[in-house]
Design a protein around this ligand. Structure first.
Ligand SMILES: O=P(O)(O)OC[C@H]1O[C@H](OP(=O)(O)OP(=O)(O)O)[C@H](O)[C@@H]1O
Ligand SMILES: O=c1cc[nH]c(=O)[nH]1
Ligand SMILES: [Mg+2]
Length: 216
């Protein structure tokens, strides 16, 4: 199952437009805040498919029956670029547990790269709702590697993959490797192409560098 949220008109598309725009994206603080705002919208949309229970809330004047989500949510993020998007989702899923994965593209001299995995900090995800967050789904290699590392910490009830921009290739890669009963994919937009260096076109450039500055 895949939800491409940008297909519907909403304010999300304004935030994605600003993330992509070369005349706006150089403002680091705005870039991070726009990722965070996207995270808030993804959290709101995703909340609609969680399971709910009715609770009674005591007000000063009586008792209200309110239907609230009752899932145990674990928000998992791939460093670095995932951090602002993660924070946006955590603003709404404020009771969620959190996992962090260090995985980045390590380039060789010939321009080829492999995904370097170094660190994971993760609670048990057994029977929980896992949300795996990264703004960019290019080849899908980082996302799948992170997902496999997370599975060492239990079998989730269901996994939600969240990316602001996916490529066709990356989305298809995830679909090939994860069944619909296992995972739901949420993306803001799906772009057609990858460059020879596997950057998404038109994409937005390097999300980690735009959020936190260029690496050495
Ligand atoms: O789908 P893939 O082909 O694996 O590419 C996507 C990955 O690339 C980016 O991270 P990057 O390696 O640039 O690390 P950074 O966030 O530290 O910049 C992005 O945030 C994803 O994690
Ligand atoms: O287009 C891309 C691909 C990978 N990582 C990014 O930050 N951007
Ligand atoms: Mg990067």
């Amino acid at each position: 199952m895949i939800h491409e949220l940008g297909q519907q008109n909403s304010i999300l598309n304004q935030f994605i437009a600003e993330l992509r725009d070369v005349n706006v994206q150089n403002d680091f603080m705005r870039f991070r805040r726009n990722l965070e705002r996207c995270g808030e919208i993804f959290a709101y949309e995703l909340s609609k498919v969680l399971s709910y229970q009715t609770v009674q809330v005591q007000t000063p004047l009586g008792t209200a029956d309110v239907s609230v989500p009752n899932n145990n949510v674990v928000l998992a993020t791939i460093l670095r670029a995932g951090l602002p998007l993660h924070q946006g989702m955590l603003n709404y899923f404020d009771k969620a547990q959190n996992a962090f994965i260090s995985a980045y593209r390590k380039y060789d001299k010939d321009g080829t790269f492999r995904i370097q995995f170094e660190y994971i900090s993760c609670p048990s995800i057994e029977g929980k709702t896992l949300v795996l967050i990264d703004p960019m789904l290019a080849t899908g290699a980082s996302m799948l590697l992170a997902y496999k590392a997370l599975l060492e910490h239990g079998k989730p009830l269901h996994t939600h993959i969240v990316a602001v921009i996916g490529s066709k290739e990356g989305v298809n890669y995830m679909k090939r490797n994860l069944s619909p009963s296992e995972a739901t994919i949420w993306v803001g937009a799906i772009d057609d192409e990858l460059t020879v260096k596997s950057y998404i076109v038109p994409g937005l450039g390097d999300a980690g560098d735009l959020a936190y500055g260029k690496k050495d």
